[in-house]
Design a binder for this molecule. Structure first.
Ligand code: ATP
Length: 366
């Protein structure tokens, strides 16, 4: 066949490919792309982040949860500009955190992001009142005294601690101190607020107030909030809970409000497994144990999903069950608890010869 004038040139194809694929997360405020952070400790290598992908949209309120040692604090250190990852790409707004100079890093931390830490002593100056604590970063930014006082009063009111304006940290409860700390973190109107275990030292009722404070800030000021926590109650207060396991995002719980026919509204929480850019999915431990999945598994492409089978001889004629297969995403069940594994779906016979997958390959994909 001879070439026609309409056939695209290599350059055209390259341009089309670039226009079609776009950059991973280009519409998002926060982009973590295949982040790796390796620590060297006494000659031993620790991989704290193992190719972590995370996207956060402008205006979102997201919680990051995970077992101790899963990499949450490392991720927050990277996002807050305190640490530089070993490999990958990380961007917050227009700031490329892999390529910032020391000076840009200071500017980023002063203007783009705010912080709330677990220890109140790290958030507040003990001999300053709440108003003075909030005004302090404003003074460093060169804001006039009158405007500082006004901004401090506004923020303390939004956080419901206006009555603490003239109190020092020692004269407030832990929850009040953390809400003042949120106001301090917001003083310079950052686009993103990072909170690292802000309820770690609080009881359940007080934690609730602090998490509600973060929600108020997100809703009323439009600030994007990323909160790292062990607090199992956090998923009630956020739109999205991202679970990290072994330095990678493993699952997400998304909360949506559904309106029923009678007009009543209900919040529905649904758990998803995260499919990373390389096509990897972490199968919940419960699934692996129940079906004794280990080493390698068989995959079968179904009409609407992919099934995963143990690497064992199948019964000669494994009939497909009458019940319909679950709809995509595979193996996802509603769950309130972000740590809870989704309910395993009933397996059905593969319709075709299935490829095998090693532990480093995709365990389940769609
Ligand atoms: N500075 C460091 N040097 C060596 N290893 C480190 C360092 N910081 C963290 N790690 C290791 O990296 C892994 C992830 O740690 P990280 O603190 O990010 O976890 P985490 O999920 O925040 O845990 P926790 O909830 O207990 O704070 C752990 O194995 C930890 O021991």
């Amino acid at each position: 066949m001879t070439a026609t004038v309409d056939e695209p040139t290599l350059t055209t194809l390259e341009e089309r490919a670039r226009a079609g694929t776009g950059t991973f997360g280009e519409d998002h405020l926060i982009v973590c792309d295949s982040l790796v952070r390796i620590y060297q400790s006494e000659g031993v290598e620790v991989q704290a982040l193992q190719g972590l992908d995370l996207l956060v949209e402008q205006g979102e309120l997201v919680a990051i949860v995970g077992a101790s040692g899963s990499g949450k604090s490392t991720l927050l250190s990277v996002l807050s500009g305190l640490d530089v990852p070993t490999a990958g790409r990380v961007r917050v707004g227009d700031w490329d955190l892999m390529a910032m100079s020391a000076r840009q890093r200071v500017d980023y931390r002063r203007s783009m992001v705010g912080f709330v830490w677990q220890q109140t002593a790290r958030n507040l100056v003990p001999y300053l009142t709440s108003t003075e604590n909030v005004a302090f970063p404003l003074a460093l930014a060169g804001i006039r005294r009158r405007d500082r006082a006004r901004r401090a009063a506004e923020l303390l009111d939004v956080l419901g601690v206006g009555y603490c304006a003239d109190r020092r940290p020692g004269q407030m409860s832990g929850g009040e101190q953390q809400r003042v700390a949120i106001a301090v973190g917001l003083a310079n109107a950052p686009q993103v607020l990072f909170a690292d275990e802000p309820t770690g030292e609080l009881d359940t009722a007080t934690s609730h107030d602090v998490l509600e404070g973060l929600r108020t800030v997100n809703r009323e000021l439009g600030t994007t909030v990323v909160v790292v926590t062990h607090d199992p109650g956090v998923s009630e207060h956020v739109q999205r809970t991202v679970a990290i396991r072994d330095g990678r995002t493993s699952s997400e719980v998304v909360r949506r409000t559904q309106t029923h026919d009678d007009g009543t509204e209900h919040v529905v929480a649904e758990e998803f497994a995260v499919l990373d850019r390389a096509g990897r999915v972490q199968l919940p431990q419960e699934y692996r144990e129940t079906l004794e999945l280990a080493g390698r598994v068989r995959l079968a492409l179904e009409e609407s999903h992919v099934s995963v089978w143990p690497d064992r001889p199948r019964p000669a004629a494994a009939p497909a069950p009458a019940a319909p297969a679950p709809t995509a995403p595979a193996a996802v069940a509603p769950a309130e608890d972000p740590g809870a594994a989704p309910t395993p779906a009933a397996p059905r016979a593969p319709r075709q010869a299935a490829p095998t997958a090693g532990p480093d390959d995709a365990e389940e994909t769609r």
